[in-house]
Design a protein around this ligand. Structure first.
Ligand code: DX5
Ligand code: ZN
Length: 214
């Protein structure tokens, strides 16, 4: 299991400490949530904070863009040091072109689906992405409740990936905790994002290690 702690739940007054916690844990990536207040009803953080995270992170940045017209910012996120760039299916008018541009810029492209978007829309783009990120909450906030239908979507997506002989990563984001993480693993999910579960835990590194075993 790939584990990607979401810095949205970090203590921004102690961001360096929280980055070191992830560096010294078994986590694989840093999940970085970028919100523009238009695509989602919340604003998170931008360039200065991401630059700082990149300076301290010793693992790849898994950047999740919750913004409209993400194609306008591909070069900017490459320069900020994004390793994986997740764009929302719902935010891209020309998704195929955007995916190609992300790859040409030297990043790993990933496509993200909101809870209402069926996985079947990925039939003709899945071979071009390294990862699909399934939102298991409506994007915009940490600490929400896991939407159970995501498990059925994950199983259908896993079947599509196997039918095509691909090795696409399936990541899930939102409401991951002690109960839902094993359910996600069982449904064929291979990467877990977790914000409040990790940073709200008494033992964040132990929580990460536990997720790695799933
Ligand atoms: C929500 C973000 C998530 C968020 C998850 O829009 O994309 O990455 O941090 O938070 P939890 O794990 O608390 O649901
Ligand atoms: Zn996210």
């Amino acid at each position: 299991m790939i584990v990607s702690p979401s810095l949205l739940s970090a203590d921004f007054g102690n961001l360096q400490r929280d980055c070191e916690m992830i560096n010294n844990s078994q986590a694989d990536w840093f999940h970085v949530d970028v919100m523009d207040g238009v695509f989602v009803p919340n604003i998170s953080f931008g360039s200065p904070v991401i630059k700082y995270i990149k300076k301290h992170a010793k693992k790849p940045l898994d950047v999740h863009l919750m913004i409209v017209d993400p194609e306008r910012y591909i070069g900017m996120f490459r320069d900020l040091g994004a390793d994986i760039l997740n764009v929302h299916y719902e935010a891209c008018r020309h998704l195929h072109r955007t995916i190609q541009q992300i790859r040409e810029a030297g990043m790993r492209p990933a496509v993200t689906l909101n809870p209402h978007t069926p996985v079947e829309v990925l039939e003709d783009i899945i071979a071009d992405v390294d990862m699909v990120l399934l939102m298991s909450v409506n994007p915009g906030f940490g600490g929400q409740k896991f939407i159970m239908n995501t498990l059925d979507k994950a199983r259908r997506l896993r079947a599509m990936i196997e039918r095509k002989g691909l090795n696409t990563i399936i990541e899930v984001d939102g409401g991951i905790d002690k109960t839902t993480a094993p359910m996600a693993a069982e449904a064929g999910i291979t990467a877990l994002v977790a914000g409040s579960f990790v940073f709200g835990s008494d033992d964040p590194q132990g929580t990460i290690s536990w997720m790695k075993t799933l």
